[in-house]
Each structure stands twice: as structure tokens, then as C-alpha cells.
Design a protein around this ligand. Structure first.
Ligand code: ADP
Length: 205
């Protein structure tokens, strides 16, 4: 089995910035957000199951998922979120596992904003939290997404509190400085993960 690192952090913490740096070092990254979109693409079984459960109103004319209608439905009916997640989570999980198994780099990263919340950390041997202050999270996410402060604040408050994530993560990188300062902290961690990956492989040989 390949050594899997779970990488997480709240919205705007710098997860993508960190994953891109690891990718530049030749490490493959499986992104849970991307997978959650892939499994509801046209022709995918999860999308058929969603339409079957909720009705054809949740599809657009071209047969793709009507995200806006679905978002509004979930917002007005809290039970609907659970029903939707009961359909999507198993598909997301098996697609994540498939992509992790297909990776060929020395170790592989699973990046997920909800790594701990959805138990995806159990798929990884080790975890790294990209941590920052709520003020910087808000500022960076607003600039990136051109969204209002309230929308970002809602997302932050729906995610696991910073303190809890700090307790759960094996490693923490504080991303309150420049991007260069972030990369400087990632460098020794990458070396550490490479040796952990070698140890895992030697154990199994
Ligand atoms: P996440 O993937 O955790 O939501 P991103 O990596 O996309 O967060 O970072 C949010 C925004 O902040 C991006 O536009 C990113 O380029 C920027 N950013 C991240 N870290 C820093 C930093 N240390 N200095 C300046 N900008 C940063």
C-alpha cells in the first residue's frame, strides 16, 4: 500500500496553494472536491440515483445536475441534505480510493476541506493541517471567489472549528505569512513524508 497523506484546512486556508507546491515536487494529489463533482457528471450512476430519488426537476435540460435548484432545495429542507449525502458519499469514497490506488508517485496526497468531518482521514496514514486565522481566511477567500463576507462566514461556521482540527492533525503549518514562507515550511515536511513512505514500503517488502 502507498503512503497516503491527508491534507486539510478550512476555506481560504491555503490547501490548494500547498497541494500545488507538492504537485510541483512530483507528488500526485487526489482532490475530494473535484471527485465530488466528477461523480455527478452526466452518465454517472450517482446522478441517476439523485434524479430517481428527488425527481427530474434536479436535472437541467442537457441532463446535467441543476446545482442551483439542488442547493436551494437543501437549504429549505434540511433532511434533503442527508438524503443527498447518503447517495453521494459512498460514490465519492470509492472514487477517492480508486484514484489513490491509481497513483504512482512516492506518496500520494488526499486533499479535502472536510477530511475529519467526513472520516476521509481514515483513508490516510498521516494528516497535515494548513492553519490560518479566521481573518486571513475570510480576506483570502473573498478575494479569490469574489464572494460576500457573509457567504464565506457561513462556510467557515459550517466547517469544524479550528481548535478541533488542531487537535486532530498530525502536522500543522501556519499559513499567516507569504507564500514563500508557506513553501519553506512544506519543504522539510515533504522530506519527512518521503522517508515515511519508504518506511511503509520497506515494511511490506
Ligand atoms: P483553500 O484551497 O484552502 O480554500 P487557497 O490555497 O485557494 O485556499 O488560498 C486562498 C487564496 O489565498 C488563494 O487565492 C491563494 O493564492 C491565496 N493565498 C494562500 N496562501 C497565501 C499566502 N501565504 N500569501 C498570500 N496569498 C495566499
Amino acid at each position: 500500500m502507498r503512503f497516503i497523506l491527508g491534507l486539510t484546512g478550512g476555506i481560504g486556508s491555503g490547501k490548494s496553494a500547498a497541494s500545488e507546491w507538492f504537485e510541483q515536487q512530483g507528488i500526485e494529489v487526489v482532490d475530494a472536491d473535484i471527485v465530488s463533482r466528477q461523480i455527478v457528471e452526466i452518465g454517472q450512476p450517482a446522478l441517476a440515483k439523485i434524479a430517481q430519488t428527488f425527481g427530474d426537476w434536479c436535472l437541467l435540460e442537457d441532463g446535467s445536475l441543476n446545482r442551483r435548484a439542488m442547493r436551494e432545495h437543501i437549504f429549505s429542507q434540511p433532511d434533503a441534505r442527508q438524503d443527498l449525502e447518503a447517495i453521494t458519499h459512498p460514490f465519492i469514497r470509492s472514487e477517492i480510493i480508486r484514484q489513490l490506488n491509481a497513483a504512482t508517485s512516492p506518496y500520494v496526497i488526499l486533499v479535502s476541506p472536510l477530511l475529519f468531518e467526513t472520516n476521509q482521514h481514515r483513508l490516510a496514514q498521516h494528516s497535515l493541517l494548513i492553519d490560518t486565522t479566521p481573518e486571513l481566511q475570510l480576506q483570502r477567500a473573498m478575494t479569490r471567489d469574489h464572494q460576500k463576507a457573509d457567504q464565506i462566514k457561513n462556510i467557515i461556521s459550517a466547517q469544524m472549528p479550528r481548535e478541533e482540527k488542531l487537535q486532530l492533525a498530525n502536522d500543522v503549518v501556519l499559513n499567516t505569512g507569504s507564500l514563500e514562507q508557506l513553501y519553506t515550511q512544506l519543504k522539510p515536511l515533504h522530506q519527512h513524508y518521503l522517508s515515511m513512505a519508504t518506511a511503509v514500503q520497506t515494511e511490506q517488502a
